[in-house]
Design a protein around this ligand. Sequence first.
Ligand code: IPM
Ligand code: MG
Length: 361
Amino acid sequence: MTKKILVLPGDGIGPEIVEQAVRVIEYLRDDAGLDISISQALVGGAAYDTTGHPLPQATLDQARDADAILLGAVGGPQYEALERGLRPERALLGLRSELHLFSNLRPALMYPALTDASSLKPEVVSGLDIMIVRELTGGIYFGSPRGIRTLDNGQREGFNTLVYNEAEIERIARSAFDIAMKRNRRLCSVDKANVLEVSELWREVVCRVANEYPDVELSHMYVDNAAMQLVREPKQFDVMVTGNMFGDILSDAAAMLTGSIGMLPSASLDTQGKGMYEPIHGSAPDIAGQGIANPLATILSVAMLLRYTLDEAGFADRIEQSVEAVLDDGLRTADISQDSESIGTAAMGDAVLEKLHQSAN
Ligand code: IPM
Ligand code: MG
């Protein structure tokens, strides 16, 4: 059966970087014999401009129908004044929750050729390989009640609710343990159990699930300490699992350890392996349209798509090896270049495709 891939370029640098990733998908379809179809739809500010809504029903329907979604980025300064429900970010949150993409995998991988691009000392980050598993459809992002209300004394008060039930914790814990089993079998669960009841329950449930995975070494860490340990001695971590907001924050920090947020892909999966794949960086409106953005995180997102949804690990390996080979050749976009020498978005796409072609022989 033909697998359906829906491409959502979005805003800012989204269309430019997605264009290069689509070339990789087309290569897989046309030259490598993968049975896939590609379609495109509007999302984020681009969708708002055309339809008046950041996540039009037609896009949501196509997303439900697809096996996998490749998303560029959403958002831009021109949309910041819109009411909350119409902002581009709502599209992202809507897709995550409507498609039940609860398990967000955010790898932070140090490429040997880029060790010098990190702001940390090379010995601290060389060989770094962390997987952050972030719960993506619950927690304070989605908890209710939420809002801004006016108190009797006329003061306004903003409020959100941090809530996790046992089933939600169990399912993300299982997802993280399964991943740990395929890696170095160490899992660190990050919470704030010294202060929050939600974290107390989180820890209890994670410990219960751990009984099913006797081969995985489980540890627990408070989120403030985890933030510190990530910049102090990041190589102590293999897999980390945490809630929605802690994961949002820690994954940005982990990404930067590797030198550039422009390098890192992500996967957001449901229980069936359907997924949405996107670079973890944003829409970078400041450099949009200049052809200088780094397409590698999006191309590496295609590799994750092959690995996690299409079950095509061989092709995923080939894409990852092609990216590594391009970096070893010294090719750099501006964000990862240590000197003034850099190439543009399309040239980086060309280079990866050339390596892909070579690896077929
Ligand atoms: C991310 C982003 C999103 C989030 C925003 C854009 C809603 O920061 O994917 O990490 O907070 O989840
Ligand atoms: Mg974030």
